[in-house]
Structure formats: C-alpha cells, structure tokens
Design a protein around this ligand. Structure first.
Ligand SMILES: Cc1ncc(COP(=O)(O)O)c(C=O)c1O
Length: 419
C-alpha cells in the first residue's frame, strides 16, 4: 500500500501517491543546488522520474505531443472521476469550483493577473478563439511564420476562406536570429496588417522566436501579436508581461503533464472586451470566463490540473528548464562528430531548451521515426519534408541520461547502416 497524504475535496479523500511525496523530499534535498548543477544529478532526477507512470517498454521522447502523467495526476483523475460519476451534482460542480484556485496558480506561472487567463482545452482552442474572435474585415492581413504553418496556418486558412482575410507566411531560415525574424515580419507588413502570429518555441526544431521584438513591432504599427505557446509552458518559465504579447495560447497536457484536454489562454486586459468568445454566451464581455463557457465541462479534468501544478512547483520551473536543456545537450555531444548525423536546434546557448531535431542523411523523418520505434522502442516524431527532415525530440522529467545515450547510440547505428 502506498503511504497516503489525504486531501479533503468535496468531502472525498484523495490520496496523493508516495511518488509525489518523494518528489517533495527530493526537492527539499535539491535546495542547496542551483538549477545548472542540479541538472546532471541522476539520483535526484531518478526520484522525480519514478513519480511518473510510464510504460517501461518505451523510451518516450515526444513530449511536444502528449506525455505520460505523474502518478499524482492519474490517481487524482481516477478518484475525481469516481466522485463525479457517482453523483455529478454536487461532485462534478464541487470539482469545477476549484477552477478559480487553479486559475490563480496558473496566472502566477504566467506572471499575469488572475482575470487575464482563461482555462481552455488546448492550444488549438486558444488559437481559434483569437482567430474567430477578432473583428477582422475582408482584406485585413494576418502574418504567420513559416514555422507556424502546421497549426496556426490551418486555423487562419479557414478564416481566410470564409471571410476574405489575407493570410501571409513569413519565410524564415533555419536557426533564425532575433533581428532577422523581426526584420522579415516587418518587411511583409502593410497598413492592412492587423495580426502577427508566432510560436514561442517552434514545432519540430525548438527555435526561440523573438516574442518581445515582435510584440513591439506589432503594437507600434497598430497591430496585435498572438503567440502559439504550445511547446513552452511547463518546459521553460514564462513571463507574458515581459514578452508583451496580446494573446498567448498554450496546452497544459504537453510539457506540464496535466490531464489531456487542458490548456490556457492569456488575453491582455485592454484586448479582452473586444475579443468575441467562440460560443454564444451570456457572460460580461470584460470577463475572461466568457471563453470557458462551452456547456458542461469535466470537473475531474480541471481539478487534476492542480496535481500537475503541484508537481511542477515541487520540481521548480527553473530546475526543470535546466534539466531539459541538459538532457538534450547529452544527445548533441554524443552525436557531434558522427558522420551523416545532424543535431539542429536553437543556436543561441542563452536561449536553448530541451527541444531539438536530429537528422540522418539519406533518411526521411518518417522512416527514422519508424526505425526508432520498431527496432529500438524509442518514441519520437518526424515528418518535416525538406533538406533537414528528421526526428523531433522533446524530453520530459521521466527521461534519464541513459535514455539520451540509448537514443544517441540508436542514431549512430542507424546512420552507420544507412551511410
Ligand atoms: C506549435 C504547436 N502548436 C499547436 C499545437 C496543437 O496543440 P494541441 O493539440 O494541444 O491543441 C501543437 C501540437 O503539437 C504544436 O506543436
């Protein structure tokens, strides 16, 4: 039997697993160290990794998609679900009542005010709220970066098809510099440009786009900036005020490892009143909750965001960011001099995160993904047609230095076979 710390919620006891508590103990042990010196401490991180329920047959390196959850999240979710299904009223509503407390905690992580943050279902929903909620007219222009075509591109294409807005894609090079990105957006702006869209961390590569510079560019031209933060929240600390953006959409089920179907949308307070919600609602236009009124919602899913936040807070956002950067750097150094292999990600060491792409000459990302999965049981993602097609790796707290070495060895073997 796991040892239990019982938390009373709506009259039901929810047991936090021993693994969550071991993280707390390990966190206490870590206090003496700074994030960079804690990052390679495998014994500390093994305790943290042990708090996750991971199918041990696989090495999971596709955290940019979905991640396994800490046991504290899965067990809370199961218990909450039992409560809610045993008597939806009152239990589902008691659990939904925790939304305000969760909003307060999330807002502290975004470094914004509580009334500036909506709890959505994912990044896609946040992007859609902004895409459809802005009063854009036919001929108004929206600029997205080349790296945003897959996600924001799909959303705005539909608005272009239905309402005649003009969607323009800003071409960006591999490993773009901040100045270059801002200059390229600026060069494509006209007096009809109403919105710029940019990922904070780019899908498939992990480049860091200069959000602060783009905010300044947009706002000084009377336009606005929407950030796709799907890959940043829970991976690197975020300060939306310092970024200066108008909107920031993220998913909580990615790096934060909150329950599937959870996300958040930051809306700058002076933009809130004018932004329509996706659904018809009877909320005040100045209330951020208008974006959450989508009919009945799952109390268990929302309440269990609390356990994911608790876990993240125990680990510490700065410690997690440093650990992710360290794990990815192990792959980079192991593959540095290997013929036919390229490790590609953000070049600026001050901005580097855990996200990266690994390409093997002569192999598509799809083929590399399948070989890693079928021959090595390593889960990655790769389908980025172009000269640097490869697999996108994105570690999380359940990964170890050994996982990164196994991955690097697999890549070395595959490159030797295909070379
Ligand atoms: C950059 C980016 N934006 C948006 C999304 C969509 O996220 P979700 O499915 O959680 O809405 C993803 C998913 O991988 C992504 O990588």
């Amino acid at each position: 039997m796991p040892s239990r710390r019982d938390v009373l919620i709506g009259g039901a006891a929810v047991a936090l697993s021993t693994s969550a508590l071991s993280v707390a103990r390990a966190a206490a042990h870590s206090r003496a160290k700074d994030p960079a010196s804690l990052a390679p401490d495998e014994s500390y991180w093994a305790l943290t990794a042990g708090a996750y329920a991971v199918d041990g047959r696989y090495i999971i390196l596709h955290g940019g998609g979905n991640n396994p959850h800490p046991r504290a999240v899965t067990s809370a979710l199961a218990t909450y679900d039992q409560m809610a299904s045993s008597a939806p009223r009152p239990h589902n509503y008691t659990l939904l009542g925790r939304k305000e407390q969760i909003r307060t905690r999330l807002a502290a992580h975004f470094q914004c005010a509580v009334d500036e943050l909506a709890i959505t279902r994912n990044t896609t929903e946040g992007l859609n709220i902004v895409a459809w909620g802005l009063d854009l007219q036919a001929g108004d222009e929206v600029l997205i970066s080349e790296y945003d075509e897959r996600y924001a591109g799909a959303v705005f294409e539909q608005r272009a098809a239905r309402h005649g807005i003009v969607l323009k894609t800003v071409p960006l090079p591999v490993s773009p510099s901040a100045e270059d990105v801002v200059a390229r957006y600026a060069a494509m702006m006209t007096d009809r440009t109403k919105l710029l869209v940019a990922s904070h961390l780019t899908d498939g590569w992990g480049f860091v786009l200069p959000i602060r510079g783009l905010s300044h560019l947009a706002n000084s031209a009377g336009a606005q900036l929407l950030v796709d933060g799907a890959l940043s929240f829970g991976h690197v600390p975020i300060d939306v005020k310092a970024l200066g953006c108008d909107y920031y959409a993220t998913s909580l089920h990615k790096h934060l490892t909150a329950p599937l179907g959870t996300g958040a949308l930051y809306v700058r307070p002076d933009r809130l009143q004018a932004l329509w919600p996706l659904y018809g609602v009877r909320y005040d236009a100045g209330d951020i909750r208008k974006f959450e009124a989508i009919g009945t919602r799952s109390g268990p899913t929302i309440a269990a965001i609390g356990q994911a936040l608790e876990f993240y807070e125990q680990v510490g956002p700065a410690n997690k960011a440093a650990r992710m950067r360290y794990l990815s750097s192990l792959v980079q150094s192991a593959l540095e001099d290997v013929a036919g292999v390229r490790f590609i990600t953000e070049r600026n060491p001050a901005l580097r995160t855990g996200l990266a792409r690994v390409a093997v000459d002569g192999m598509t990302g799809k083929a590399l993904t399948s070989t890693l999965r079928d021959d090595y049981r390593i889960n990655t993602y790769g389908n980025f047609p172009g000269p640097d097609d490869g697999v996108y790796i994105s570690p999380n707290l359940f990964n170890s230095a050994r996982h990164m070495q196994v991955f690097a060895t697999a890549i070395r073997e595959i490159a030797a076979r295909s070379g």
